[in-house]
Each structure stands twice: as structure tokens, then as C-alpha cells.
Write a protein that binds this ligand. Structure first.
Ligand SMILES: NC(=O)c1ccc[n+]([C@@H]2O[C@H](COP(=O)([O-])OP(=O)(O)OC[C@H]3O[C@@H](n4cnc5c(N)ncnc54)[C@H](O)[C@@H]3O)[C@@H](O)[C@H]2O)c1
Length: 437
């Protein structure tokens, strides 16, 4: 099939590349000229395991190309995916300006029947807004051209995006037209050969499915963080509790690790947007308001644990392992590390940070307000304490003797519960995780 992927960010680049990998002809469009120029030269703008090789292969086999020309991509494609950002507006609702700008752009240049597929995460009713925007542009041109609007929310996880896209748990397609549904099913059939479902529903239900899924996952995280904080007060070990509840098949093990609070480009903004949608429709989503409040507090828990040890942080040096909001990505949007580091800087501490992939992103946020290490152990030298924020694999089994010899004080505050507290204490560390005994 001929596909235009409009918006070549995390979702657009991964989805476009995976569609090309299954044999489709894909043109990725972006308004960011530098990004497109880099991609044409084989420079991948994000860190995502496996992506670079896949992009290279599909470009070489001429199934994947990059352009800034929307008009060109629209002309050559039947399926026009919208995969632009939907960041939070000032009031927390999803800002649809990029989605609508693309819809207008399509309406201005389409010359024949097209299927417009919204892959961005958008509130209920956006499908209609996209349809109206395209129709308005067609009317201005006096053109009578048929088109269909489909919702196809994306569920990939950064850090595992290719696998998630290639082997999704399910594909959700919101569409009103049977023939369009069949085309979408055909497009996705190579990805669901193991029998995972393609769920066809109406557009509004598909739009809501994406928000409900993210809100549920965020709820699991905040729930566990809340329980972990109580465990700490009661001298109970959250990891034993986690196993105790995860083994219940109605609950399950995934997404119940306590931590430093959820971040990333999706959960924070999507929970906010859903709360806002509730408000606009006279319904208070009380659970989700609490999920947000708990997450706000959780992002400050690691800093509080440091401050307990150093009531006066002026002149102290704190080493930070992990800046990305989660491992295997360089994405720092809404990362807990930002809150921790900002608090440390405000309190007068010097921060020396290391992350295997996210240093360039971190520089855009902190500039030279903090120091960046090239290696994990380098940042420990002479530091007063180590804070672990992201659970990269390389932090899971480090040389603890070496850490102890490098730190000025053997203090580790672990936001990801990587080690056994008793073992760490026996080794002479002042070690504290989240909700551990
Ligand atoms: N990142 C994720 O893990 C993830 C997962 C599922 C869903 N989503 C959703 O997918 C959407 C995209 O997210 P993302 O993380 O890929 O965003 P992103 O910020 O990484 O990428 C968006 C891209 O769209 C481009 N763009 C903006 N306006 C444009 C226009 N008018 N024409 C062409 N290009 C334009 C930007 O330059 C940017 O490259 C969002 O709605 C997000 O909520 C994201």
C-alpha cells in the first residue's frame, strides 16, 4: 500500500519504518527540515533499539523515504497517517493545533479519494474536527472529493517500540465505513499473524480507548507508589507485597513496580487531558485526579530522601545515574530526573549525572547547570551520594566495592529498587529504595 506518515517523531518514524518493513511504500513527512535532512543522510533523531538498522534497510530497498513536502506525499499515497504531537495546552487539554494544521494541509492539496488515519493520541471528537477541517479546505477550493477519517491509536512503548509495533497485543481501528475497515485490516494483517485481535469500533470509542489504556496504566503506577510509601511507614517490604498481589491473575505482575513516578511523553499529558475532558463534560474523574497528585508527590520522594541525609545540601555533590524517563530511550519528556535535579540545584547541590543515551537531551534542559559524565563510575568520584533514577541494565549489577571506594559517603538512594537492602547494609552502604524494609 502507499502510505504517507505525517509527523516523523517517535511514533511516525517507528510506525512508518515498520509499515515499510512489511512491504508498503512509505513516505515520512515532517515540517522540521533539519530532521528530514538528517534522516536522508541516515542520522536517526531518536535512540530506539533496532530502529537505525531497520530504517537503513528500508531506505536502501526504496520502500521508505523522507520529505518536507506534504503535497508530494499526499499525491503519492492512499493512506495518510497523522502522527504529529498533541502536547498539553495551558489548561491541560490536548493541544490539537498540529493535528488540525495537517488536516487543513491535506484538504488544501488532495486531488482524489484518500483515507486519513489519525494515529496521534487525540480526545473524543477529534475525528469529526479533522473531517470538518479537510471539508472546509475542499469547499474553499470548490472541490467535491470523497475521503474517510479513521482513528488508529498507537500503543507502542518507547524502548521496545519496534517489537511492540511488529507484535502488538491488539490493533484498534475506529472507522465508520466497512470498506475502509477492510483496507486497514489488510494493512495490519502481517502484524497479527499470531492471532492477536484487530478491533474495529467507532471512531469515538477508538479515541477513548487510547486514553483509558494510558489512564489505567498510570493508575497502576500511582497506586503502587502510594502503597509503597505506606509500606515504608509501617516497616513492610513492598517487593514482597508486589509478588503477593501480582501472583493474583486478576491483578498481574506488570506495571506494579514502585518507583520515582511516571514520566514520558504520554502518561502525564494523557491523564491530564482526560481529566480535562471530564471537566468539560461536567464529570469529575476523581481517581485520575488522585493519580496525578500521587505522581506529583512521588517525583519528589527521592529528593526528600537525600535531604533527610543532608538537611543543608549547599556545596554537596550528588551523583545521578539515569536521566531518561525510562531505560532504552533518550526521551526526557516529563522525566522524574528533571524534578530531582531541579530540586537539588535549587538546594545548592552540585549535580554530576550519567545516562547511556540521554545526555544530549539533558543538555537541552539543564545546559551547563550540571556536569555530565561519559561513564557511570566517573560521576561517582568524590560525590556525597548516588541517586539511581532510571533502571538501565548497566546499573543492575555494578561493582559495589568500586562504588563504595569512589563515593565520599557510601549513600545510595535507589528509585528503582535494584538491590537488596539487607545485602547493601551488610556491605556498609546507607541504602534506601522505595517502600523497602
Ligand atoms: N511517544 C510515544 O511513546 C507515543 C506512544 C503512543 C502514542 N503517542 C502519541 O503519538 C503522537 C506523536 O507522538 P511522538 O512522541 O511521536 O511526538 P514527537 O514530538 O516525537 O513527533 C511529532 C513530530 O511531528 C512533527 N510535526 C508537527 N507538526 C507537523 C506538521 N504540521 N507537519 C508535519 N510534521 C509536523 C514534528 O516536527 C515532530 O517531528 C502524540 O499524540 C502522542 O501522544 C506517542
Amino acid at each position: 500500500m502507499k502510505i504517507a506518515m505525517i509527523g516523523t517523531g517517535y511514533v511516525g518514524l517507528v510506525s512508518g519504518t515498520c509499515f515499510a518493513e512489511s512491504g508498503n511504500d512509505v513516505i515520512c513527512v515532517d515540517k522540521d527540515e533539519k530532521k528530514i535532512e538528517d534522516l536522508k543522510q541516515g542520522i536517526i533523531p531518536i535512540y530506539e533499539p533496532g530502529l537505525e538498522g531497520l530504517v537503513k534497510r528500508n531506505v536502501e530497498e526504496e520502500r521508505l523515504s523522507f520529505t518536507t513536502s506534504l503535497e508530494d506525499a499526499v499525491e503519492k499515497s492512499l493512506l495518510l497517517f497523522i502522527a504529529v504531537g498533541t502536547p498539553p495546552g495551558e489548561d491541560g487539554s490536548a493541544d490539537l493545533q498540529h493535528v488540525i494544521a495537517v488536516a487543513r494541509g491535506i484538504g488544501k492539496c488532495m486531488k482524489e479519494y484518500k483515507i486519513i488515519v489519525d494515529k496521534s493520541t487525540v480526545p473524543v471528537g477529534t475525528g469529526n474536527k479533522v473531517r470538518e477541517a479537510i471539508q472546509e479546505e475542499l469547499d474553499k477550493r470548490g472541490e467535491k472529493i470523497q475521503f474517510d477519517v479513521v482513528s488508529n491509536p498507537e500503543f507502542l512503548k518507547e524502548g521496545n517500540a519496534i517489537d511492540d509495533f511488529m507484535k502488538p497485543d491488539r490493533v484498534v481501528i475506529g472507522c465508520e465505513d466497512v470498506r475502509t475497515g477492510e483496507i486497514m485490516k489488510e494493512l495490519y494483517s502481517p502484524f497479527v499473524r499470531t492471532g492477536k485481535p484487530i478491533l474495529i469500533m467507532d471512531v469515538a470509542s477508538a479515541e477513548m480507548t487510547k486514553y483509558a489504556a494510558n489512564a489505567m496504566l498510570a493508575t497502576k503506577i500511582s497506586f503502587m507508589n502510594d502503597i509503597a510509601n505506606l509500606c515504608e511507614k509501617l516497616g513492610v517490604d513492598i517487593s514482597q507485597v508486589r509478588q503477593g498481589i501480582g501472583s493474583d491473575s486478576r491483578i498481574g505482575y506488570s506495571f506494579i513496580f514502585p518507583g520515582a513516578g511516571y514520566g514520558g511523553s504520554c502518561f502525564p499529558k494523557d491523564v491530564q487531558a482526560l481529566v480535562r475532558t471530564g471537566g468539560e463534560n461536567g464529570y469529575k474523574l476523581e481517581i485520575l485526579e488522585a493519580v496525578e497528585a500521587v505522581n506529583y508527590r512521588q517525583k519528589r520522594v527521592l529528593f526528600n530522601k537525600i535531604q533527610k541525609r543532608f538537611p543543608d545540601l549547599k556545596g554537596k555533590t550528588i551523583a545521578v545515574w539515569g536521566l531518561a524517563f525510562k531505560p532504552n530511550t533518550d526521551d526526557m519528556r516529563e522525566a522524574p530526573s528533571i524534578v530531582i535535579i531541579e530540586n537539588l540545584i535549587d538546594a545548592g547541590a552540585k549535580v554530576v549525572a550519567y545516562d547511556p543515551e540521554a545526555v544530549n537531551e539533558a543538555r537541552k534542559i539543564f545546559g551547563d547547570k550540571i556536569t555530565y559524565g561519559k561513564k557511570s563510575y566517573e560521576v561517582l568520584d568524590g560525590a556525597d551520594a548516588l541517586v539511581i533514577v532510571t533502571e538501565w541494565n548497566e546499573f543492575r549489577r555494578p561493582d559495589l566495592d568500586r562504588i563504595k571506594s569512589l563515593l565520599k559517603n557510601p549513600i545510595i538512594i535507589d528509585g528503582r529498587n535494584l538491590f537488596e537492602p539487607k545485602k547493601m547494609q551488610a556491605l556498609g552502604f546507607d541504602y534506601e529504595g522505595i517502600g523497602r524494609k
